[in-house]
Write a new protein. Sequence first.
Length: 394
Amino acid sequence: APPHVAVVGGGFAGASAARALKRQGADIRVTLVEPKARYTACPFSNAVLAGLRDLDAQYFGYDGLQRDGIDVVAASATAIDAEARRLRLDDGSDLAFDRLILAPGIDLMLDAIPGYGALGAEVMPHAWQAGEQTALLRRQLEAMDDGGLVVIAAPANPFRCPPGPYERASLVAHYLKAHKPRSKLLILDAKDTFSKQRLFEEAWEQLYPGLIEWVSLSFGGRVTEVDAATKTLTTEFGSHQAAVANVIPPQRAGAIAAAAGVADRTGWCPIDPVTFESRLRPGIHVIGDAAIAGAMPKSAFSANAQAKACAAAVATLLAGGQPAAPKLINTCYSLAAPDYGISIAGVYEPREGLLAEVAGAGGVSPLDASADVRASEAAYAEAWFDTITGEVFG
Ligand code: FAD
């Protein structure tokens, strides 16, 4: 019988890996385990919040994967026995595998901020897993009176999509400027620096002067407690009462990672940077947001790149070969306005047991660029989204 690879999680990482394995040309049976019938993409969900895009544009199905010959099982993995190479599903069934690729994404640690929790998330949505949370935060922004205070609480590193909170601030500011110009936006940050910071700050000065205030960790940005009933966010330096509060809590690998024994004390999964095989449980590979990928940011672009490298390594291992060290690329585009894009790019390779950045290979958009350059990058961002979702789900 051909070897069997099970993939858990049908997001950018898992769906890419399942497809890449099938496209190796190798004789491998691939099963994708994913409980949701449709996937909701996070990239461009900040544009949904700003009213620039329909949530429907974020949904993708698994028909294309099934057409490729991938067996798509609509269930959740609840336990993994690495030694016996078996997977337990929530429908009570078992699945045997030769190798497993685990791609469960993130879990939000709702209880890490006192006063938040599952109830808090219904009042002060995180919208860090796109879907109902995105729609909820959008409705709150639409219902808010002109002159209201919007607060975004951003987490410490590491977290999904490092530039995401600042793209969100930009696009929400774009909406406020057009529809509720007396409103203000406050970012309470648990960090002292953030991705593409100078580019974002330049954009905010140009596009939204006086609208956005960013408070860093050192100036009391870390939220220590919230009160959902009054939408109050408390920091070490005082409290802020919001009209709309977007609280993005700390994160860790999806729960199945800890259950499988592949997450370490940080909550994330240490991996071999050549094969993405777990350092804790042989035979299980971890990719995407759940993995500790060294210098690579937690992005859909990274997840897709890791998936292809991991699929190649798994196919080689199953054939008894020695996987070659990969080179991986990431580019993260962000929109500061619909026609104003900025980007950061990097190239990564295994070094000293981690994925390290190749010096001089990446970079960020220039400061002081023309409107044409920013508009081109906004168009590239959209083209990137169409390309990656076509490749992964189309
Ligand atoms: P996910 O996409 O979360 O997929 C995980 C999947 O696993 C889910 O479908 C889930 O249902 C499934 N799953 C979980 N547990 C189990 C289980 N036990 N059994 C079976 N299935 C399970 N990235 C970019 O590259 N560019 C961007 O512009 C960008 N913008 C972003 C904007 C925002 C607001 C946010 C929040 C993120 C953004 N990202 C962007 C980041 C990107 O969304 C993530 O990095 C990416 O989704 C990670 O893919 P993943 O497959 O690891 O996880």
